[in-house]
Design a protein around this ligand. Structure first.
Ligand SMILES: NC(=O)c1ccc[n+]([C@@H]2O[C@H](COP(=O)([O-])OP(=O)(O)OC[C@H]3O[C@@H](n4cnc5c(N)ncnc54)[C@H](O)[C@@H]3O)[C@@H](O)[C@H]2O)c1
Length: 266
């Protein structure tokens, strides 16, 4: 589909999982509102068409490619789609990711493979394709990791391994790409109450809101959970000229979760 409403002279960013009702969609909206051409890649066709349509109706530049990022040719297709739509790829946000809460003894090889395919392999392929396409003047990549790359609770062995991989990948890719003027950084969100996350929590409890309130009090230093928009604003900063001297860095946006030794109980 090529009806992207391109803003002339704007830069173009690809956001994987950019149709998501949590972090991905918020990143896409924040970047479009900041004047970027946004290419959303997501397997949820209804959500992708709906969000890109909403953004275009506001006069913003957004194009949608419905695709599964696990497919080996998806990254190249997404880059071609961005070039056809807007003529360039200046930035990439590797946002798409799936969660898993499961004791290691219950993880099947298929589940293990699938989560690595989405959370790690696809990020690698999209980064490779984007770096090949970025202009000689440079570009910028932001990887969305997780607080689980830094600290953990039970049930997160495999998910944490994928996000730890993304954290290390960020630094190594920054080393590869620095001489090309391409910056690579990583954001580790804490608990953001996205639809995907609410679904996972529903497996633990029937009262998701009470669970979230208790989590916020016990596992954060600050009183509010981070939001998708706040992650989007951080992405916008990393992709902006204000961050031209920053690469290979990871930062948590987690209300303090990753610096706590014990949960608060009083
Ligand atoms: N929500 C949180 O609390 C939280 C916390 C830490 C890290 N993260 C990470 O942030 C990112 C976004 O998570 P979110 O929960 O906000 O979800 P989100 O709202 O961004 O939704 C994820 C989107 O990715 C898409 N997607 C999933 N698999 C795909 C595939 N194979 N191909 C194409 N699209 C695919 C889904 O359709 C969905 O639209 C993920 O990498 C996640 O691991 C989330």
């Amino acid at each position: 589909m090529t009806n992207p409403g391109a803003a002339p002279h704007s830069k173009t960013v690809i956001v994987t999982g950019g149709a998501g009702g949590g972090i991905g969609g918020a990143i896409a909206a924040v970047m479009a509102e900041a004047g970027w051409n946004v290419v959303i890649v997501d397997l949820d066709i209804e959500a992708g068409q709906s969000l890109s349509g909403r953004l275009r109706r506001k006069g913003l530049a957004a194009a949608f490619l419905g695709a599964d990022i696990v497919n080996a040719d998806c990254a190249e297709k997404a880059v071609s789609f961005a070039m056809d739509s807007y003529g360039a790829v200046d930035a990439l946000v590797n946002n798409a990711g799936v969660g898993m809460v499961q004791d290691i003894t219950g993880v099947s090889d298929e589940d293990y493979r699938r989560i690595f395919d989405v959370n790690v392999d696809a990020a690698y392929r999209f980064s490779r394709a984007a770096v090949r396409a970025m202009p000689g003047s440079g570009g910028s990549i932001v990887n969305i990791g997780s607080v689980h790359a830094l600290a953990n609770i039970t049930g997160y062995t495999v998910y944490a391994a994928t996000k730890g991989a993304i954290d290390a990948f960020t630094r190594a890719l920054a080393a590869d790409c620095g001489p090309r003027g391409i910056r690579v950084n990583c954001i580790h969100p804490g608990l953001v109450p996205s639809p995907q996350n609410r679904e996972l929590i529903q497996r633990l409890t029937s009262d998701v809101d009470a669970w979230l309130e208790s989590y916020t009090y016990k596992r954060q230093l600050l009183a509010n959970l981070p939001t998708g928009r706040q992650v989007g604003e951080l992405v916008k900063f990393f992709l902006s000229d204000a961050a031209v001297a920053i690469t290979g860095q990871s930062i948590a946006i987690d209300g303090g979760t990753s610096v706590m030794l014990y949960e608060r109980c009083l």
